[in-house]
Design a protein around this ligand. Structure first.
Ligand SMILES: *[C@@H]1O[C@H](CO)[C@@H](O)[C@H](O)[C@H]1NC(C)=O
Ligand SMILES: *[C@@H]1O[C@H](CO)[C@@H](O)[C@H](O)[C@H]1NC(C)=O
Ligand SMILES: *[C@@H]1O[C@H](CO)[C@@H](O)[C@H](O)[C@H]1NC(C)=O
Ligand SMILES: *[C@@H]1O[C@H](CO)[C@@H](O)[C@H](O)[C@H]1NC(C)=O
Ligand SMILES: *[C@@H]1O[C@H](CO)[C@@H](O)[C@H](O)[C@H]1NC(C)=O
Ligand SMILES: *[C@@H]1O[C@H](CO)[C@@H](O)[C@H](O)[C@H]1NC(C)=O
Length: 520
């Protein structure tokens, strides 16, 4: 149905199983050699012999999200919220809210029982709500958008240990001059497009506070005060992630707003978090089935939505031949949702102000956006996993190494060893929908959606107190993530060596498979 790639047949599955079996056998010796799962020598590790990871793609479950007839002919938007960071009264927390997605919070946190000790946490989430990107704005907008209620502090300053001259707290203030005859694209006003909005900054602060409430107040895991030896924050080369991080850190470690906090960032051409490294094979794969392709599995929904497109173009003034707006619903989706999240009206035609985008049209755009993300990252078959494993393989290899390091650090500490290890207990990554989507694709989430503002995935590493084994729990929107891949299944206390073997299988330890996977 829907022209979606059918499941792989049994034959291919068998071949995959044989390959994986071979991989596991060869890998077993590497695994037990590089880090010890138990302190006994190999031979008594029968349990480890049983590590078998299935690296193949498994279809997501069928739901409204990935049904074309529901996207085109359905009504409403599946109970999802698009019009405020705050849920309407009576709507339970955990409900999809594009403006401010659910995350780990004390009231809903599923607590693990006392037979496990939490050893390491890694968080990744999409930035919070923002203005639209300039490229997603209509050629002419009928109202301005102001951001005078916040400052974008963009500055350089010597670190205290490297100079006495202090910096002033300078920030960007967007203006246009009467002597400049050119009009900005899209909105007039005082925002950079994009920038995190004032409300998005507040959501970021609250997100930090909610995490601290759980990992400090409830679990006593995070230190009371910011400590760079055990906590670190990472951003991408897109400045909006730094705008989120400054608020989030303050929400976590209140009262220390004036402390200097480093935000880790990789060079822009190799940044694995965004991701920004180039991977031509992955891009080629994506263009062969995704936005811009003529793959019938992709174009089916664009054709079915031709009436909607005609109506939107007539109102927005976007040319029907504008490929950016017509190869996917991304632009219209961003364009309409950003307004609604900030309680701005849906747009009307400049030339005919009585012709406006209706709530019904917006809802169809939102259903189609969900359909597209499910198709691009899950439904389009094994190529979705090939695409995301290559284009996000470096980040998952970094995550796998962070987990290995944390296990190693815990073991050597409990051994009374003075051997130095990083000791990092909590890493926090502020990223994008492209980052979170790829990760969800790699984890083969059962029900894919477009990750809204603040969408969060948390990896928690535990050590069993009795068996001294390591386990990982993965939380999506604050609750246990369910995978369609039987090796991962319900990601609730999955043995850490299994999850790591899965990541290693896709990307290689140290992401060593990525250079060759990417360069073709
Ligand atoms: C939507 O409904 C119309 C009218 O019933 C039908 O012709 C069309 O095939 C449906 N579209 C999809 C994608 O199911
Ligand atoms: C947002 O939409 C919901 C229904 O989807 C509605 O109940 C609520 O009143 C709306 N809130 C605002 C702020 O418009
Ligand atoms: C803790 O949880 C695990 C797994 O859910 C379960 O097997 C175990 O019996 C529980 N232990 C206690 C003390 O409740
Ligand atoms: C929506 O798209 C139009 C057309 O390019 C653009 O002018 C407008 O600024 C966009 N608005 C938003 C909120 O993205
Ligand atoms: C935006 O500014 C331009 C000049 O910079 C002006 O011509 C136009 O009318 C303004 N649009 C709105 C909606 O204020
Ligand atoms: C802990 O110490 C014992 C004895 O010194 C050693 O055999 C074992 O390998 C160590 N375990 C780890 C995980 O370092």
């Amino acid at each position: 149905m829907n022209g979606i790639t059918p499941r792989r047949n049994t034959f291919i599955w068998l071949i995959a199983l044989i390959l994986v079996g071979y991989y596991v056998l060869t890998r077993f010796f590497e695994l037990t050699g590089s880090f010890s799962i138990t302190s006994s020598p190999s031979g008594t590790q029968a349990a480890d012999m049983a590590i078998s990871v299935d690296l193949s793609w498994h279809a997501p479950i069928s739901s409204n999200i990935n049904s074309l007839s529901s996207a085109i002919n359905g009504t409403g938007i599946y109970g999802f919220i698009f019009n405020s960071s705050t849920l309407p009264q009576g709507t339970p927390y955990g409900t999809y809210n594009w403006c401010n997605m659910p995350h780990v919070r004390r009231t809903e946190y599923p607590k693990v029982n006392s037979s496990y000790a939490l050893e390491y946490v890694e968080v990744i989430h999409r930035h919070h709500k923002r203005t639209p990107y300039a490229s997603n704005t209509f050629p002419v907008e009928s109202y301005p958008w102001y951001c005078d209620d916040e400052g974008l502090f963009y500055a350089g300053a010597p670190l205290p240990t490297h100079g006495a001259n202090q910096a002033a707290n300078t920030y960007w203030s967007v203006y246009t001059s009467t002597s400049n005859p050119l009009a900005p694209r899209g909105f007039n006003g005082t925002c950079q497009f994009p920038q995190i909005t004032r409300e998005g900054l507040d959501d970021s602060w609250q997100h930090g506070k909610d995490l601290y409430d759980v990992y400090h107040d409830l679990l006593g895991f995070l230190p009371k005060k910011y400590d760079p030896k055990v906590v670190s924050f990472r951003v991408t080369n897109n400045v909006i992630t730094s705008q989120v991080a400054s608020m989030l850190v303050s929400g976590m470690f209140r009262g220390e707003e004036h402390e200097n906090v480093p935000l880790l960032i990789q060079p822009s051409n190799i940044d694995s978090l965004e991701p920004a490294y180039s991977c031509s094979s992955a891009s080629n794969k994506f263009s062969s089935y995704g936005a811009g392709s003529s793959d019938p599995g992709w174009t089916a929904h664009l054709k079915a939505a031709s009436d909607l497109y005609a109506n939107l173009d007539a109102i927005s003034g976007v040319s029907p031949t504008d490929s950016g707006f017509h190869m996917s619903f991304d632009h219209y989706f961003d364009n309409l949702s950003a307004r609604l999240c900030h309680a701005k009206p849906l747009p009307c035609s400049i030339s005919n102000p009585s012709l406006c985008v209706t709530q019904k049209m917006a809802e169809e755009v939102f259903r189609l956006g969900q359909y597209e993300y499910s198709y691009l990252y899950r439904d389009a078959g094994a190529r979705t996993l090939e695409y995301t494993a290559a284009s996000y393989g470096i980040w998952i290899a970094e995550l796998a190494q962070n987990l290995r390091d944390a296990m190693h650090a815990t073991d050597s500490a409990s051994n009374g060893s003075k051997k130095k290890s990083s000791g990092m207990k909590y890493r926090h990554n502020v990223a994008h929908d492209g980052s979170v989507s790829r990760l969800l694709s790699i984890l083969q989430i059962e029900k894919m959606v477009w990750p809204g503002m603040g969408s969060e995935v948390v990896f928690e590493l535990y050590k069993g107190k009795k068996d001294q084994q390591y386990y990982v729990r993965v939380l999506w929107g604050g609750q246990v993530l369910k995978s369609s891949n039987p090796t991962l299944g319900v990601l609730d206390m999955v043995r850490a060596d299994i999850l790591i073997a899965y990541f290693d299988g896709l990307a290689g330890q140290g992401a060593k498979k990525i250079p060759s996977l990417c360069s073709v």
